[in-house]
Design a binder for this molecule. Structure first.
Ligand SMILES: [Zn+2]
Length: 146
């Protein structure tokens, strides 16, 4: 599936709408994400903070978890929408989280970094060329790749 402009715009729409639901009482910084599965479906996620520092979830992780909850494990693109006028990159933990599913899909994942300013495209492998993969991963994830 080619990542057409129309699909990118739909991903940004889902991410920006989902950002409105973010639970960010501490940072006040709302993010939304959307992830495009191989079959063309798009799942959203927002950041969810907690009074225990570090217990919250980033929007990218929530979007992936939403997709996985719906039985999708292979992805074409991930959009990270920052509600402030800047382009944000996935944090270190999310990079590893995304890398796991890049491995399942067997292809790189396109990143759509978006904000009210517009968007930029980037290849995930540029941002995070070497994820951590356990030796047993290839066999363990095969059932999700099929
Ligand atoms: Zn993160």
């Amino acid at each position: 599936m080619k990542l057409e402009k129309k699909i990118i715009e739909k991903m940004i729409e889902v991410a920006s709408q989902t950002a409105k639901n973010a639970f960010a009482p501490y940072s006040k910084h709302k993010f939304g994400s959307s992830i495009l599965a191989f079959d063309g479906t798009i799942y959203g996620g927002c950041n969810v903070e907690n009074s225990i520092s570090g217990l919250g979830s980033c929007s990218e992780k929530v979007a992936i978890d939403n997709a996985v909850s719906n039985g999708r494990y292979k992805f074409i693109a991930l959009c990270l929408y920052d509600t402030e006028d800047q382009y944000s990159y996935p944090c270190g933990a999310c990079r590893q989280y995304i890398a796991q599913f890049k491995q399942v899909g067997g292809k790189d994942i396109k990143l759509v970094l978006a904000s009210p300013l517009g968007y930029r495209l980037m290849d995930f492998k540029e941002l995070f060329p070497n994820g951590h993969y356990d030796r047993s991963d290839t066999k363990a994830i095969k059932e999700y790749a099929d």
